[in-house]
Design a protein around this ligand. Structure first.
Ligand SMILES: [Zn+2]
Length: 298
């Protein structure tokens, strides 16, 4: 291939992305289109990164020696470091220019809080407005004083760019002022605090069973937005709520002038004996909040 033809091919790949492959290899084109859509939904920037990588890897593939199959496998394997480089090095400063900052992940291990799973950071779901991050920082510091050994862990916060971009399956995490945090648990036998643990590996979907006499306003009400995952519950470990530490966490949250409200399931609020204007029930037409606490910052 001449240099001019190679340049033209790279330009078409940059412009068309997966569509470039549709007439040549329809199944590959469709697979790449699906991956672009999936990565965009999961990580916001992953689809764009894959689109760019198709052009970059094509240039590298033509320049590299060796058999075609080996060069194709190398192109697939090298996508991951390319994505990580963009996600970890390029996105944070650019997002900062648009008013989003990453929550503590791995670089600042001295922080009083962290993600439940590093997958949250790898998928860029750990961004928030600077004021929300400052309020979370302060809340985590207060929890560390009130309830030593425990640790505040967050689940989904927001994406790095654009308030209108949906972060599925959440309905309201677009503006950088919403952060979900995990409930706090103790070991049912030893009563030992379990910092950084939740019933499910991602925090969501492992619900705390209500007490027999607990208020259940959604009993018998079906909504496609309120998932129960009944089949999953027996597969998850049984952990007891850390009632004392959770009271401290909620007290710190409602005392913060930057916290507008928190969503928690009524049976959890009743068990903690906590009542406050800022502690609300999200209603039966939204996700359950007996696996996590949803915090809205001003
Ligand atoms: Zn939430």
């Amino acid at each position: 291939m001449t240099a001019a033809a190679g340049f033209g091919r790279t330009a078409r790949l940059l412009l068309l992305g997966p569509l470039f492959y549709l007439p040549r290899a329809p199944w590959l084109g469709l697979l790449l289109l699906f991956l672009v859509a999936l990565l965009t939904l999961l990580t916001q920037i992953g689809g764009v990164v894959l689109w760019l990588w198709l052009a970059v890897s094509d240039v590298l593939r033509r320049a590299a020696p060796g058999r075609l199959i080996g060069r194709r496998l190398a192109a697939v394997a090298l996508f991951f470091p390319f994505y990580l480089g963009v996600s970890l090095l390029l996105v944070p400063p650019v997002a900062g220019a648009f008013g989003r900052v990453p929550l503590a992940c791995w670089s600042d291990r001295g922080s009083d809080y962290g993600p439940l799973t590093r997958a949250t950071c790898l998928t860029n779901r750990n961004y928030a407005a600077p004021t929300a991050r400052a309020a979370l920082d302060a809340t985590a510091a207060r929890l560390a004083v009130m309830a030593p050994v425990r640790r505040l862990v967050y689940l989904d916060a927001g994406f790095p760019f654009h308030a209108w971009f949906p972060m599925l399956p959440h309905l309201s995490h677009g503006d950088g002022r919403k952060i979900d945090v995990a409930l706090l648990f103790v070991d049912p036998g030893s009563r030992r605090p379990l910092p950084g643990r939740a019933r499910s590996p991602i925090g969501y979907g492992g619900y705390v069973p209500p007490a027999p006499d607990a208020p259940l306003p959604c009993a018998g009400i079906r909504s496609w937005r309120r998932w129960d995952f009944d089949w999953l519950q027996p597969l998850l470990p049984n952990l007891d709520l850390d009632v004392v530490a959770l009271r401290g966490l909620l007290a710190a949250l409602v005392a913060s002038p930057r916290v507008a409200r928190v969503f928690i399931e009524p049976h959890i609020g009743a068990r903690l004996g906590m009542r406050h204007d800022k502690i609300r029930f999200q209603g039966c037409g939204a996700a359950r909040h007996d696996d996590h606490i949803h915090i809205e910052f001003r």
